[in-house]
Design a protein. Structure first.
Length: 276
């Protein structure tokens, strides 16, 4: 039986890093891609197959797909679209450029990569496309508007693709984590500092009292926060079960918010979410 292959994005740390090792340990041939070549070098030194893929760089997406298919002889069993970043800030303070930049990575790059692997999956008659969304893909939270917008859009695109691929052997799946112990908050700081002029904002005092503390002060883990391995466990089911679910919730808050979203009117849900 041929070794199953999977291409994973965002493998330098966190969810992607754990997923790469979890699937490698289960016998998958893992192509663990990273945005920075230095991170690829590190993963290769650790024994993984790694090459560069930057969602913001169309040429790198095309080259990565060619590299993966070249190594397997033209097949790819699975794709895990994991890479993403956040740009915190109140919606009224987000300039157009900030949204353009985050959509290029969190949505347009994901879409580009997905389109490029579908022909190989169609030709082989099967495949799994797993997109990593978030609890913020169906419930918003303050200060996270840019990230929320990309994840809401990703969910819509994924749901539509799932419907359209029903007449093929390609399964399309969402994973929706809640708080996971990753570097996404620390990695969001440069984007916040580049795009958000919080000192000139009408909400400057709110920034000082809330967001700045969350970004810059050392904090204990969020309540209900789980390690990346919790996502890997759902990913394994999504890739290996003969009948995968359409979506997988990870962490208690995701389950709670999904239930509240179904049960409550918008005003009541807004009141709960606004209280944090």
């Amino acid at each position: 039986m041929a070794q199953r292959s999977v291409l994973i994005t965002g493998c330098s740390s966190g969810i992607g890093y754990d997923a790469a090792y979890a699937l490698h340990a289960r016998g998958w041939r893992v192509f663990a891609t990273c945005r920075a070549e230095a991170d690829c070098d590190r993963l290769r030194a650790e024994g993984l197959e790694s090459f560069r893929l930057d969602y913001a760089d169309e040429a790198s997406i095309a080259a990565a797909v060619d590299e993966a298919l070249g190594r397997t002889g033209g097949t790819l069993d699975a794709l895990f679209n994991n890479g993403a970043f956040a740009c915190p800030g109140a919606v009224e303070d987000l300039p157009r450029g900030a949204l353009r930049e985050i959509f290029e990575v969190n949505l347009f790059g994901v879409h580009d990569l997905t389109r490029r692997v579908i022909p190989a999956m169609r030709a082989q008659g099967h495949g799994r496309i797993v997109n990593c969304s978030s609890v913020l893909g169906f419930v918003p939270m303050k200060w996270r508007g840019a990230y929320v917008a990309t994840k809401f859009a990703l969910e819509g695109l994924t749901d539509t693709l799932r419907l359209e691929m029903r007449d093929t052997g390609v399964k399309v799946i969402l994973i929706e984590p809640g708080p996971i112990a990753t570097r996404i908050r620390a990695n969001s700081i440069p984007h916040f500092e580049r795009w958000v002029d919080w000192q000139a904002s009408a909400r400057a005092e709110q920034y000082r009292a809330t967001l700045l503390k969350r970004l810059y002060e050392k904090r204990p883990p969020d309540r209900f926060e789980l390690p990346p391995a919790a996502v890997s466990a759902r990913l394994i089911h999504a890739l290996e079960h003969p009948r995968p679910r359409a979506r997988y919730f990870v962490t208690t808050p995701t389950w709670i918010m999904a239930a509240l979203r179904r049960a409550l009117p918008t005003a009541a849900l807004d009141w709960i979410v606004a209280k944090g």
